[in-house]
Design a binder for this molecule. Structure first.
Ligand code: ZN
Length: 344
């Protein structure tokens, strides 16, 4: 980057300090709301928000999630209401997580065509056809041990899991999902899902891959929401070490090679540097997941009167966009969309 400075201050010392004062006064462009809007570099658009929803069997069910104020597990009929609210607010899409009544070692509920996710996809597409419906593909909500794949002893069997993920993805596509989002972090899952979708006649259904997903403490509240806490151990043998970002680029490159259409980084707020690197290196559409812990922290502080929730919400979201994310998965999707509309 080249800076033009006046001759009067064009000395190495002055340049080193970045000092062209008094000619350059950066405050000039901050003087009024209109001036600030004119030079604003990053914008939030509701159409780039995706709202996560937790669906369970039954009707008329809306069970609040205590650690995530405003969020609930719902039955399909209630889920459709949330989808309507999202669409009315201008939110781009929803992503569905299923909570089955029955869990087993294999996670067979994952490909149940009458399970809550499939029913919700059909119901939302029938009722709100313009809203994008994305499905999370993983095994942890469906296995009785809570791990993201089938077990071989105490270890998750990578290659045996791929076939099950592919089966789940094809079932979601058959139900009418607009996009498939695998979150399991098995090696080779994007290729396996792509191949299975293509064979089943869904070559036009894109894959949004949770490419760079960390083993994070910020997922805590989600596990209550999705009832997916592992019964033993943790997910560090398949999710990424929070200390690594070069490895994230390798994960991203791998998923691109396997046919991913959109790459996701998860969580978002503590990984803004990773979002930026993935965007710069790949040039791919990048999504970032502002996870349950990020949402819960802002709510908890706001409840104590320590933060202005709306301002902190919008600032956290614009930071994720500024870091390079095109798409944001966030539990704030509807409230942020409404706040943006009200500020116009
Ligand atoms: Zn999982």
């Amino acid at each position: 980057m080249t800076f033009i400075v006046s001759s009067r201050f064009d000395t190495p010392a002055a340049q080193g300090a970045g000092a062209a004062f008094p000619h350059v006064r950066l405050r000039r462009l901050r003087k009024s709301p209109a001036m600030r809007a004119l030079v604003r570099e990053t914008h939030l658009h509701a159409s780039q928000f995706i709202l996560p929803l937790f669906v369970r069997p039954g009707t008329g069910i809306r069970t609040p999630i205590s650690s995530m104020p405003g969020c609930a597990q719902t039955s399909v009929d209630e889920c459709v209401k949330d989808a309507h609210a999202a669409a009315a607010a201008g939110v781009g899409g929803v992503i569905l997580f299923g909570i089955p009544d029955h869990k087993d070692a294999e996670g067979s509920g994952a490909w149940d065509e009458h399970g809550p996710v499939a029913d919700a996809v059909r119901a939302i597409k029938a009722s709100v056809p313009g809203l994008l419906v994305i499905t999370d593909v993983c095994m942890c909500e469906y296995t009785d041990h809570g791990h993201c794949g089938v077990l071989q002893g105490q270890d998750v069997d990578n290659d045996a899991t791929l076939e099950l993920l592919a089966r789940e993805a094809v079932m979601h596509a058959e139900a009418g999902a607009d996009m498939i989002a695998p979150s399991d972090m098995m090696d080779g899952r994007v290729a396996a899902i792509r191949a299975a979708l293509d064979v089943a006649g869904f070559s036009q259904i894109p894959i949004m891959s949770y490419a760079v997903k960390y083993s994070s403490a910020f997922y805590g509240p989600f596990r209550e929401a999705a009832e997916s806490t592992p019964a033993f151990g943790d997910r560090r043998s398949y999710q990424m070490d929070p200390a690594n970002s070069d490895e994230g680029l390798r994960e991203a490159a791998q998923d691109i090679a396997e046919g991913a259409d959109i790459l996701m980084v998860k969580p978002a707020g503590a990984y803004l540097d990773v979002i930026r690197r993935v965007k710069d290196v790949t040039g791919m559409p990048v999504a970032a997941y502002q996870v349950s812990g990020e949402y819960a922290m802002l709510h908890a502080a706001a409840e104590r009167g320590w933060l202005d929730l709306e301002r902190a919400m919008l600032e956290s979201l614009v930071a994720i966009r500024r870091a390079g994310a095109d798409i944001i998965l966030t539990y704030f999707a509807i409230s942020a969309a409404r706040a943006l509309a009200a500020s116009r």
